[in-house]
Design a protein around this ligand. Structure first.
Ligand SMILES: [Zn+2]
Ligand SMILES: [Zn+2]
Length: 145
């Protein structure tokens, strides 16, 4: 091999930015939430325990020992599931939180899924006073209203 003329370096494969579809690996365009599995909850608890251990090791001995709240539980915890346009579930299903066992996006049952997703509690109305728009901002009804 000629050391002065090395072969051209292989062109690096561009890495995809952002999440990929769970089913096929294409860039994701939609996502929804599901509950974490037992293993994911255990991971989250282990990570929090490690964080606390590290904080205690680094803590200033002159100061009171840091107080920590209760360890996380699976309650309220969610995981994002990503899908491309081909493997997207329905918009209605994507607006809900799916079971930890949900296999979506599962091409066998798309655009549905194999769990009964939770209905999320409606967001409470904000306290803000509704603004009154000018009359001429409303579309003309042409007497057909
Ligand atoms: Zn896909
Ligand atoms: Zn589901």
């Amino acid at each position: 091999m000629d050391p002065l003329n090395p072969p051209p370096a292989p062109v690096p494969v561009p890495t995809l930015a952002g999440p990929a579809c769970t089913a096929c690996g294409e860039p994701a365009v939609v996502n929804w939430l599901r509950r974490p599995t037992g293993a994911e909850v255990a991971d989250a608890i282990a990570a929090e325990e490690k964080r606390r251990e590290d904080l205690l090791l680094l803590a200033d001995q002159q100061l009171p020992t840091p107080e920590f709240g209760p360890l996380p539980t699976g309650n309220g915890m969610t995981r994002s599931v990503y899908a491309c346009a081909t493997h997207a579930i329905t918009l209605d299903a994507a607006s809900r939180i799916h079971a930890s066992s949900c296999m979506a996006p599962d091409p066998a049952v798309l655009p549905g899924c194999d769990c009964t997703p939770e209905v999320q509690a409606p967001t409470p109305p904000s306290d803000s006073v509704p603004v009154k728009l000018p009359e001429h901002w409303f579309p003309a009804t042409d007497g057909q209203a």
